[in-house]
Design a protein around this ligand. Sequence first.
Ligand code: MN
Length: 514
Amino acid sequence: MAKERMKKNRIIIFDTTLRDGEQSPGIHLNVKEKLEIARQLARLGVDVIEAGFPISSPGDFEAVRKIAGTIKGPIIAGLSRALRGDIERCWEAVKEAEKPRIHVFIGTSSVHRESIMQKSEKEILKMAVDAVKIAKDLTFDVEFSPMDASRTGFDFLCEVIEKTIDSGATTINIPDTVGYALPDEFGNLIKRIIDNVANINKVILSVHCHDDLGLAMANSLTAILNGARQVECTVNGLGERAGNLSLEEIVMTLKARKDFLNFTTKIDTKEIYRTSRLVGHLTGMAIAHNKAIVGENAFAHSSGIHQDGILKKRETFEIMTPASVGFKESKIILTSRSGKHAVKHRLGELGYELDKNELDRIYVFFKELADKKKEVFDEDLETIVQGEISTIPEVFHLKYIHVTSGSQTVPTATVKLEKKEEVFEDAACGDGPVDAAYRTIDRITGVKGELLDYSLRAVTSGKDALGEVTVRIREGSNTVTGRGSSTDIIEASARAYLKAINKIVLLKEKMLDK
Ligand code: MN
């Protein structure tokens, strides 16, 4: 890290999509999905992947351990409370990494100290110092966060920072845990910390901003201008409540305005769009069309004056090119005549490495799609892969669905599902074709999911486009998401629902952790 400190204009990108992002309500990622995201984060070029909070569940521990053992390049960090048991568990999970990091936190604001911990400043300080020492005995790279720093008394905050640096912390992170800070105030806090903490130049100063007031970006940028050199962020701005600083926004701001800011990152920005889409798919969290950098409309020009300008010279209304963040023009790549080898080759170019089993499954789906659709685009292929491969084991498999509906008939669905070798068939009526399909699936599986959210989007343009449905359902204390795609939106709806139902079945059988 000493070398990093020398490069004064280099900003360290600390991605916490798999930790803070995964804490978003309604998100459930399994180990395989987390690994896939981590692999893409490494390709994107983040400096640090916070892979999870190992003590929080066996599933989280396993995911962090797998990522640490597999992903090369970035530092792999695990989060830990300031308790010996947590820290040792965290170390167990990250120790196989090329570059492991233990990230210890403790609440330092009076409201956190008194209401959550019931501890005095002195006691909190001792816990923080002891925790950093325990971590330091295990590994060199130790990050310490005084949680709720922006609402912590300044003198106490400085004391905690100074003592934890003395105990061996290499990164000090200042979290605006509740998204309360204002840009001037937060920038000033960073400046005052640098001015008042005697040993601050021994560490990288980091910030972790939340977006409750829509100020995560402004606060992080001001912190950088005042001396912070690491920012904690998530893909698509996922995270607790309103989310965290979004990775794509800070990275592209530093790049687009290098003339004014003069900072660099190690991010390969052409990987941004793909990363964003992968995270959107796997988490089931839709991306707003007008979301900066990665929204569908982020580079769409609709007014006549703007379109005219763009055609004459892109710079008239574009501060960065779609290509610079990896937006691709839709390209016809395959047809029903394409063989398995061609599909495998194209998937390889898109960055997907599949084993033989997975490729066989994808190819069956591809052939079905290509027969219906004639031209299969990159986006179609990616949707199939992300929908079919990156999911938990199938408990129930959709064999057949038939729905009748219309303005003069009662919508009725007939569904055939397969579980291991057994085949189940049933039928039910509903308020609409999707409702009828869902009621039938409920009858067969014995799970009654409450539909919280349903969204449908066309993957590419045209009437024969692949439709992708994302659902969020709740049963008891479990909230899960599911995605499905087909050129038939009722079938896509059924596939999405069945994916979610399968997760619930596995959660109930304790085959899945959360
Ligand atoms: Mn947070």
